[in-house]
Design a protein around this ligand. Structure first.
Ligand SMILES: *[C@@H]1O[C@H](CO)[C@@H](O)[C@H](O)[C@H]1NC(C)=O
Ligand SMILES: *[C@@H]1O[C@H](CO)[C@@H](O)[C@H](O)[C@H]1NC(C)=O
Ligand SMILES: *[C@@H]1O[C@H](CO)[C@@H](O)[C@H](O)[C@H]1NC(C)=O
Ligand SMILES: *[C@@H]1O[C@H](CO)[C@@H](O)[C@H](O)[C@H]1NC(C)=O
Ligand SMILES: *[C@@H]1O[C@H](CO)[C@@H](O)[C@H](O)[C@H]1NC(C)=O
Ligand SMILES: *[C@@H]1O[C@H](CO)[C@@H](O)[C@H](O)[C@H]1NC(C)=O
Length: 414
């Protein structure tokens, strides 16, 4: 009797369990595999979607030793993982398993954190949610489209590049909306938040692209498009298999790139060092190789930050002068030097007008640049310039330079 009951119970719960599982899978279909996230599906944890021919993959990733998670797109066949796009650059999430990427009620693609708060959203036009789907394409473009009309694209990641631009994508200006597509580097190899550099089409209207620091200081120009290449960018169109093109019409002013190869990947990226680099990967080498890189490392504006010394022959590129140390040792370890150097001890001044103590002196440096906003003092001899600097605690450094025999003297403004 007892034995019979024992047998009957599991049988009953078995069919109940089966129904429950079936029901649950009707409500929430998690997707893993396939290239699409449809309405009612979501992506979480280590689930990914992969483009049709297996070139690109989208899912959660954690850069380097970081404990943070981001939604990104990377090359499926390339190791180590090479990310070309990040959704939630500035809003990392702490737990991928309890977060989800899904189509929301208003037809946007959104990343919800473990508290169901929106960490990132496509911010696209409202669209009927049950006919919206997100698809990762073999170009590396993530598109949001109408599932009933696949040529109706609502939003695409190529319109919102992060630090990388790949063939099929574009960089430039949408003349109708006034929007710019530009590249900003990751802050460092573990933090995809935007660093201080930007790569964009010249806002003044010239058909060239510019690299700028802090949105203002232009430190490199590609040279104007001559119908075939950019005049100051030797090597860019050297290979006829990768066509770079510039289009300036009533809708847009953009540079595009196309390639006919399938087993070769090419990507243009804004490096954390502030350099624009083109990389090539082939199936034979299984490794990334720099095709061209501009400008030279030490020509990047403020690459080593305030008081930093840039030296191409040094193992670490940037270093601090005698008596100075990195503002952030952690950032310097990750080759993110932009916060610069600071004095190891404060200038011993009681107030801003007091004379600097005699323990302080000057260190001679060559090929230096003053930051913007520096105050030039003219008509002083080298000695007078030194004395003027010693008399003011506002003066943290001074620069002497000769222009046609006239000595000038300047000091960075505080
Ligand atoms: C995904 O994560 C789960 C849980 O952490 C793990 O058991 C599983 O092996 C992972 N799958 C893959 C394909 O990495
Ligand atoms: C989508 O939702 C609308 C309104 O809720 C409904 O009328 C329509 O039938 C749904 N379409 C599909 C394909 O489920
Ligand atoms: C599909 O979308 C495209 C682009 O928005 C549009 O031109 C076309 O008319 C649509 N087709 C149908 C059948 O609605
Ligand atoms: C960067 O730009 C912002 C706004 O344009 C400005 O307030 C800030 O002082 C600049 N930073 C430096 C270090 O020049
Ligand atoms: C470059 O773009 C122009 C203007 O859009 C177009 O006419 C031309 O065919 C393109 N050239 C190549 C090689 O793609
Ligand atoms: C420093 O000197 C200037 C002009 O000589 C004066 O206006 C200012 O109040 C002084 N500041 C202090 C902190 O004494």
């Amino acid at each position: 009797m007892a034995a019979e009951m024992f047998r009957a119970v599991p049988c009953f719960s078995c069919s109940l369990l089966f129904l429950l599982v079936l029901f649950a899978s009707l409500i929430v279909q998690h997707c893993s595999g396939g290239d699409t996230i449809s309405w009612s599906q979501s992506l979480n944890g280590n689930q990914t979607i992969v483009s049709k021919e297996g070139h690109f993959e989208l899912g959660f990733f954690s850069p380097g030793n970081s404990k943070n998670f981001y939604i990104g797109i990377w090359y499926k066949k390339v190791s180590p993982q090479t990310v070309i796009w990040v959704a939630n650059r500035e809003v990392p999430i702490s737990n991928a398993a309890s977060s989800e990427l899904k189509i929301t009620e208003n037809g946007n693609l959104a990343l919800l954190d473990h508290k169901k708060a929106i960490a990132w959203s496509s911010k696209s036009v409202l669209h009927q949610a049950n006919s919206t789907e997100a698809v990762i394409l073999d170009t590396g473009n993530l598109i949001l489209r109408d599932s009933l009309n696949s040529s109706s694209i609502i939003w695409q990641s190529f319109d919102h590049p992060t630090d990388t631009w790949v063939p099929g994508g574009w960089l430039g200006m949408n003349k109708i909306t006034g929007e710019y597509q530009s590249l900003t580097p990751w802050k460092n190899s573990e933090d995809p938040a935007p660093g201080p550099f930007i790569d964009t089409i010249d806002p003044s209207g010239l058909n060239q692209f510019l690299l700028m620091w802090n949105g203002t200081e232009v430190y490199w120009r590609s040279g104007v498009w001559n119908g075939y290449s950019f005049s100051e960018t030797p090597g860019m169109n050297r290979d006829p298999d990768y066509i770079t093109n510039f289009t300036d019409d009533h809708e847009k002013r953009v540079i595009t790139q196309a390639t006919s190869f399938k087993d070769v990947y090419i990507r243009n990226m804004m490096d954390t060092s502030g350099q624009n680099k083109q990389w090539l990967w082939t199936i034979e080498t299984q490794a990334w190789m720099v095709v061209w890189s501009q400008p030279a490392a030490c020509d990047v504006y403020s690459v080593c930050g305030a008081f930093g010394i840039c030296d191409l022959n040094s193992k670490t590129l940037c270093s601090c002068p005698l008596g100075f140390k990195p503002v952030s040792a952690r950032e310097w370890d990750l080759n993110d030097w932009n916060s610069g150097c600071t004095r190891k001890t404060n200038l011993p001044c009681s107030n801003d007008n007091s004379t600097v103590a005699e323990t302080e002196g000057f260190l001679e440096m060559y090929i230096t640049r003053l930051p913007p906003g520096s105050q030039p003092l003219t008509g002083l001899t080298a000695e007078e310039c030194k004395q003027a600097c010693l008399k003011s605690c506002y003066c943290t450094a001074l620069l002497l330079w000769q222009r046609m025999l006239n000595m000038e003297c300047g000091s960075p403004k505080h």
